[in-house]
Design a protein around this ligand. Structure first.
Ligand code: C2O
Ligand code: CU
Length: 540
């Protein structure tokens, strides 16, 4: 196994992702950040220098389990102290599973500010499919409002929602209509020319797709081409052929595409919003059939996705993904503990928040990992949050009758190697007849998706219908409006792990919980991961 060493300098930079000039966070002057490529079993080392003069930073390696290195999970207040302006921190971790991953800022709204990139781990052995070449894209949504302005609005009373994005970006590129803005906008800036996906006619490609969207559920498609989904979040799935693919924030996929259409033309790849009434035009890239010039734009209009509120379509599609037979570990048949986590939109002293079992997560200044490992008193609330919501008769189809929730920072602590079931329960928001999609992401683990259902989860009945035969292993899963999602995982990775809605604005508003297991087996924390909050005197 090799060591893949990267030296990164993070800074603010002027960039025009959708032709409108903005401030982004760049890595070594690039946006999106440089791709990390490694072979299964390699060690990735990233020496990160924070040159942003006014902001701390951390980077999370999304989908990497961080076995033996929980302090390098890159979550501020959780796994480490944030890296101060001017400081350097060295992340070091083993990439123990092949797959399509990515990295992103995990401090404030830095992901929305453009701090992200691809992390691809090649398989050491043979994979269950073949292709001629590889392509890779990361999708996201983009606002003209700065992330400072967004953050202020989200934490104000009255609440100011971020609103729908101005653009959808494919690999950091979109195109805003310059005549619709008073901001500095240049339609011919090469930073906003569409991303090019070059293909040889007749060949088959593995296209890796990930979403770091701040808010939007997305649907990706390529004009005139079918896609066969073969991998999801670093795990193989039974091949599913689709015309278009829902990609929720935090998810990644590999699809196989064959360049089998009229090769005198180029084709649009497009991305559209789902689950919220779209106010954002289709984001596009160009599937470039060589040797056509890449600048030859497709004649047709950009491709359209299924209706934004066709949830039946999205639910049916999500259920099609099952583990590829013979390639993936199957779940234990029983669990030791069951959590039922109700997702509600609430008010705390008049401020709008999200809460889980009526607690809105407000991480403490002392990172949990150090606090738990060194038993630092007073660092966080040692009373664990409730395993199930109360009252159990809570009506999920109306706005919360008592919208008041509380802030908290307690931790669900699991017995080492125990098997945990989590049922995510969706509900109506503060607005009548409204419930939203939440993509939930678990750090440090993959989980099996045992099932999805509509309405309130009924333990007596619904657990009987769990799929334990071929459930897919994922690290991110959608929770559909007014529905529930059940998952199972093994608490076999010593550390403290965030489990949260991957919509950045929602996590910012408290939509997450903390999990911990096997703290006594965690090795000595590097001094560089500490120094803030109550960890000061733990530095050796
Ligand atoms: Cu990609 Cu905690 O997130
Ligand atoms: Cu959410």
């Amino acid at each position: 196994a090799k060591v893949r060493f990267h030296k990164w300098k993070l800074n603010y930079q002027t960039w025009a992702p959708d032709c409108v000039e903005a401030n982004i966070i760049s890595i070594n002057g690039e946006y999106p950040g440089p791709t990390i490529r490694a072979l299964e079993g390699d060690t990735v080392v990233v020496q990160l220098e924070n040159l942003m003069p006014t902001e701390n930073v951390v980077i999370h390696w999304h989908g990497i389990r961080q076995r033996g290195s929980p302090w390098d999970d890159g979550t501020a207040s959780m796994s480490q102290c944030a890296i101060n302006a001017g400081e350097t921190y060295v992340y070091k971790f083993v990439v123990d599973r092949p797959g399509t991953y990515f990295y992103h800022g995990h401090y404030g709204l830095q992901r929305s500010a453009g701090l992200y990139g691809s992390l691809i781990v090649d398989a050491a052995g043979k994979e269950p499919f073949t292709y001629h070449g590889e392509l890779s894209i990361v999708l996201n949504d983009w606002w003209h409002k700065s992330t400072y302005e967004q953050a202020v609005g989200l934490s104000s009373n009255p609440f100011v929602w971020v609103g729908e994005p101005q653009s959808l970006l494919i690999e950091g590129r979109g195109k805003y209509n310059c005549s619709a803005t008073s901001k500095s906008c240049n339609a011919t800036n090469t930073q906003c020319s569409p991303y090019i996906l070059p293909v040889q006619p007749g060949n088959t490609y593995r296209l890796r797709i990930a979403s770091v969207a701040s808010l939007s559920a997305l649907n990706f498609l390529i004009q005139g081409h079918k896609m066969t989904v073969v991998e999801a979040d670093g795990h193989y799935v039974e091949p599913v052929e689709v015309d278009n693919l829902d990609v929720y924030s935090g998810e990644s996929y590999s699809v196989l595409i064959t360049a089998n259409q009229d090769h005198s033309q180029n084709y649009w790849a497009g991305v559209n919003v789902r689950g919220r009434q779209p106010k954002t035009p289709t984001g596009v890239a160009v599937l470039n059939y060589l040797p056509n010039p890449s600048a030859r734009l497709p004649a047709a209009a950009p491709p359209q996705s299924p209706l934004w509120n066709d949830y039946a379509y999205s639910r049916a599609l999500a259920k099609k993904f099952v583990a590829l037979k013979g390639y993936e570990e199957l779940p234990p048949l029983q669990s030791h503990r069951q959590l039922i986590l109700l997702n509600t939109q609430n008010k705390i002293n008049g401020y709008t928040k999200w809460a889980i079992n009526n607690i809105s997560l407000l991480p403490p200044p002392t990172p949990y990992l150090a606090a738990m490992k060194y038993k630092i008193k007073g660092a966080y609330d040692t009373t664990p949050p409730p395993d199930v919501y109360t009252p159990r008769t809570y009506n999920i189809s109306i706005p919360p009758p008592n919208p008041n929730a509380v802030e908290g920072n307690g931790v669900y602590v699991f017995k080492s190697n125990s098997v945990v079931d989590v049922i995510l329960q969706n509900a109506n928001t503060l607005t009548a007849n409204n419930s939203e999609i939440h993509p939930w992401h678990l750090h440090g683990h993959a989980f099996w998706i045992l099932g999805y259902g509509e309405g309130a989860f009924d333990p007596a009945k619904d657990t009987k219908n769990y799929n334990t035969e071929n459930p897919p292993l994922r690290n991110t899963v959608p929770l559909f409006p007014y529905g529930w999602t059940a998952l199972r995982f093994k608490a076999d990775n010593p550390g403290v792990w965030a489990f949260h809605c991957h919509l950045e604005a929602h996590l910012f508003m408290g939509m997450g919980v903390m999990f911990a297991e096997g703290i006594e087996q965690v090795g000595r924390l590097p001094s560089a991961a500490m120094g803030c909050g109550l960890t000061k005197d733990k530095i050796h």
